[in-house]
Design a protein around this ligand. Structure first.
Ligand code: SF4
Length: 87
């Protein structure tokens, strides 16, 4: 199945780091360096799927995440992170 980019979502930076659930950081071990993780903790996106602000690392680990190009997330728009989805 090939997913197509549905949304281009701008990445926003802020000074204070987001707190990221342990299981998310654990899933990124070996994928992203610790230094990158600390930097990405300061970034977020306004997710169009769950209609709320999602820390970038959770967006990165999201099943709709397709890539990051020039400060934007390419999002397949299928499903947002479960922590933010309303049942
Ligand atoms: S659905 Fe997932 S990949 Fe798309 S913007 Fe939201 S968190 Fe990021």
């Amino acid at each position: 199945m090939t997913n197509q980019t549905k949304y281009f979502v701008k990445i926003i930076g802020r000074e204070k780091a987001f707190s990221i659930p342990k299981e998310v950081t654990a899933s990124l071990k070996g994928v992203v360096s610790g230094k990158m993780v600390s930097r990405m903790k300061h970034e977020s996106v306004q997710c169009p799927v769950v209609e709320s602000e999602v820390p970038f690392l959770e967006c990165f680990a999201c099943e709709s995440f397709m890539g990051r190009v020039k400060g934007e997330v390419h999002c397949a728009g299928l499903k947002g992170p479960s922590r933010f989805s309303t049942p």
